[in-house]
Design a binder for this molecule. Structure first.
Ligand code: TMP
Length: 236
């Protein structure tokens, strides 16, 4: 597999073409942003942890019947993935109230839901990723009804698996964000990443935060939290 030109540089990743038109290389950076790009920083070693953790979960999800973009880990920071066209939706699944949910609805962080929730945001930086519902997504032609149903089913299934895998390691999965993409044949697959950047992870015993909230909220101990999360699932 030959690495070719850089196609894109995002907030946390770079994407390169390869000599195979159906495959891309993703390279994870240590750069971190929050508040829609207003807050910027570096989390040393984050790229390595996010790459390895995301691949660890994508591989396990694939074995459990959830199709993903994952092909092969190439190095500490680089992974070969299937080329997809990203569905411009951020899909957020929540098990416990936190973050924007707590703020929007005036619910204390830590309130456990009877059943998981799902919400969609329109992936659009200029608009600040506004919350929308399935009808809005259809009206804006962001996804078809079938795709939204498929994405919803996959997202709740991902939640059940991730919740179990983290629980076994003494970590509570509070919420997370997923993105999906379409392959050239229009099949929908899980894309982007699953990492402490995109999940809220609380130590089940102490409630300690093992995720990006430590960066978003200037709590300190950011690198140590990412390292601890990776250690829990046996990656370090
Ligand atoms: P929120 O409470 O800020 O809406 O975040 C919910 C979850 O989604 C949390 O685990 C962080 C993750 N997330 C992202 O990965 N990217 C984003 O742009 C946002 C807003 C949230």
């Amino acid at each position: 597999m030959e690495k070719r030109e850089q196609l894109y540089e995002g907030k946390a990743k770079k994407v390169y073409a390869t000599d195979d038109s159906g495959l891309l290389i993703v390279s994870y950076k240590d750069d971190a942003t929050a508040l829609n790009g207003l807050k910027r920083g570096t989390i040393a070693g984050k790229g390595v942890i996010n790459n390895r953790m995301s691949n660890f979960f994508m591989e396990k999800l694939e074995k459990n019947g959830i199709p993903t973009h994952f092909v092969k880990e190439l190095s500490e920071r680089e992974t070969l993935v299937k080329k997809v066209s990203i569905v411009p939706l951020e899909v957020i699944v929540r098990n416990i109230a936190a973050g924007s949910f707590s703020k929007r609805y005036g619910v204390e962080e830590g309130v456990v839901f009877d059943t998981p929730t799902i919400e969609f945001s329109y992936k659009n930086d200029a608009l600040g990723d506004p919350l929308l519902n399935a009808y809005h997504a259809k009206a804006l032609k962001l996804a078809t009804e079938e795709e939204i149903e498929q994405i919803t089913a996959y997202s709740f299934a991902v939640n059940e698996h991730l919740k179990t895998w983290w629980r076994e390691k003494g970590v509570t999965l509070v919420d997370f964000k997923l993105e999906f993409g379409r392959l050239s044949d229009s099949t929908v697959v899980l894309a982007d990443e699953i990492s402490p950047d995109t999940c809220r992870l609380w130590d089940s015993e102490t409630g300690e935060k093992l995720d990006k909230d430590r960066f978003r909220r200037d709590m300190g101990g950011v690198e140590a939290a990412y390292t601890e999360a990776a250690k829990r699932i046996g990656l370090l």
